[in-house]
Design a protein around this ligand. Structure first.
Ligand code: 3PG
Length: 306
């Protein structure tokens, strides 16, 4: 049995060592494809793999067609919008994620970027503080919950919107539940996005919501670029000179935004939220354990396709 780790954006070396220990400890072979420059390299490497561990790497029908022996794909991370689930099901391949394993890393970056925004991108001018300010968390999943915990440490007032999470869970975290997206954006100076990219959420955060933010509002996106209506975002930044947008996911119109709104927008060059040694180790090792458990014992607790 062979498990391929295919990561265009590689894990920290310590995570790869840990994955190797788990895979080889189970008597399986580990193959490593890091920083690959073309899809062909992935198609070639996956041809003989029984298990596949990925990050944001695209696993579409072409990859699944090429992977004749493949039985399981584990996305070392939370979002699995990069995997064609229907095609995986049609190919008889189990797809899993590793929920929660990298969420603290992403939540810490939310505040790295939020502080940067309120300190005017560290340009030497006088900024503002986060203490006593309002933050709205758009989706109270694993990352959202860590954002709430850290926001409270900053002394912020925290609200959250999540139709899939009972109010009692939000309240137990000391957070105020809100029940409409309009309310979330109107009443919070900071809004941090944690919705997945799905058919319903794609393009769902646009001009109308963004311009609801109070004066000096900051939208923080460590989720997916697809959830933003990028034309609406550009128009909102044009009409509201007080707003800022910071994102761990470079928008399609990044060049236009950076040029027109210099000092009010910031984008990481590559998705960096989960790019810490700790998150790589947590998610990478969990993925290795899950791949082995599936191949050896058929365990599919974290399966996300039917
Ligand atoms: C996730 O969905 O887990 C995060 O977006 C991290 O993605 P990455 O593994 O590509 O950094």
């Amino acid at each position: 049995m062979k498990i391929l780790v295919a990561t265009e954006k590689p894990f920290a070396a310590a995570a790869v060592d840990g994955i190797r220990e788990i895979v080889e400890g189970a008597g399986y072979e580990l193959a490593l494809l890091e920083k690959y420059g073309s899809k062909q390299e992935l198609l070639d490497a996956v041809a003989t793999a029984d298990g596949l561990i990925i990050r944001s790497d695209i696993v579409d029908a072409e990859v699944l067609d090429a992977a004749k022996n493949l039985k399981v794909v584990v996305r070392a991370g939370a979002g699995y919008d990069n995997v064609d689930l229907a095609s995986a099901t049609a190919h008889g391949v189990c797809v899993e994620n590793t929920p929660g394993q990298n969420s603290n890393a992403v939540a810490e970056l939310v505040f790295g970027m939020t502080v940067m925004a309120v300190r005017n991108m560290y340009d030497g001018t006088s900024g503002t503080e986060l203490k006593d300010k309002t933050i709205g968390i758009h989706a109270f999943g694993q990352v959202g919950r860590n954002v709430a915990r850290i926001a409270k440490g900053f002394g912020m007032e925290v609200s959250a919107l999540d139709p899939y999470c009972p109010d009692s869970v939000i309240e137990e975290a000391g957070v105020k539940p809100v029940h409409s997206v309009e309310e979330l954006y109107s009443n919070n100076k900071f809004v941090s996005l944690h919705i997945p990219a799905t058919a319903e959420t794609k393009g769902s955060v646009g001009y109308d919501l963004i311009t609801r933010l109070p004066n000096g509002g900051v939208l923080i996106n460590t989720a997916r670029k697809e959830v933003i209506d990028e034309a609406g975002l550009a128009k909102a930044l044009e009409d509201r000179k007080d707003l800022k947008y910071v994102a761990d996911v470079k928008p399609g119109n990044a060049d236009e935004l950076s040029e027109k709104f210099a000092g009010r927008v910031f984008f990481t060059p590559k998705k960096m939220g989960a790019q810490t040694a700790e998150a790589n180790i947590n998610a990478g090792l969990a993925a290795a354990r899950q791949a082995v458990a599936y191949l050896r014992d058929g365990v599919d607790r974290f399966r996300v396709n039917k």
